[in-house]
Design a protein around this ligand. Structure first.
Ligand SMILES: [Ca+2]
Ligand SMILES: [Ca+2]
Length: 192
């Protein structure tokens, strides 16, 4: 009986220590949700002649981003990548271009003109690193508020970002989120 009580006390103390460690790690990860260890922020910047996608791995230290897929098919504005002259898209066209990154890109599945999917795979995309590419996106609405050449937040809404995360210990998590009208979205995984 005496031994059993002592064991319970030790267990409680251990749980307190674990709980504190988790809280510290999570608060670095994301102040708005203290329960997820893997996280990626995505931002779209509408601009002429190039539109820009920016990503930051805001995970805790153990989690890297393995790949990112941006899918336009479910966007409210019926969006397409305008990467070549003629065909889909209006006025200027812009192929994929890497703008800046502190990650290491393995390869990019570049969309065809009029395509709606781009996938980027990374050799290294550790916590704290960023990745920015530019391209041209046009909407295909017949009644477009800023014209087909410019994409509003409302037209971008519904565009999905899918990311796969991998941890130092080999754990894998896949998460999907949709852009909102503020041109941003957050993916969070490995949540407790
Ligand atoms: Ca085109
Ligand atoms: Ca455009």
């Amino acid at each position: 009986m005496k031994y059993s009580l002592s064991g319970q006390v030790k267990l409680s103390m251990a749980l307190v220590v674990i709980g504190t460690a988790n809280l510290t790690m999570a608060s670095i990860t994301d102040k708005t949700d203290a329960r997820c260890e893997a996280a990626l922020t995505a931002k779209f910047t509408e601009s002429a002649p190039r539109d820009r996608f920016s990503f930051v791995n805001t995970s805790s230290a153990a989690w890297s981003v393995k790949n990112i897929t941006v899918e336009l098919a479910s966007a409210k504005g019926n969006l397409v990548f305008d990467t070549q002259r003629g065909g889909a898209g209006v006025e200027v066209f812009q192929p994929y271009r890497l703008e800046s990154t502190s990650a290491e890109v393995a390869d990019v599945q570049i969309p065809d003109d009029g395509g709606q999917t781009i996938t980027i795979r990374f050799d290294k995309f550790p916590a704290g690193a960023d990745y920015v590419f530019s391209i041209d996106i046009d909407d295909q609405l017949t009644d477009s508020s800023l014209g087909n050449i410019r994409v509003t937040g409302g037209e971008l809404t519904g565009t999905t970002v899918m990311a796969e995360f991998v941890s130092d210990t080999g754990a894998r998590e896949t998460q999907t989120a949709s852009f909102k009208a503020d041109y941003k979205t957050n993916l969070m995984a490995a949540c407790t």
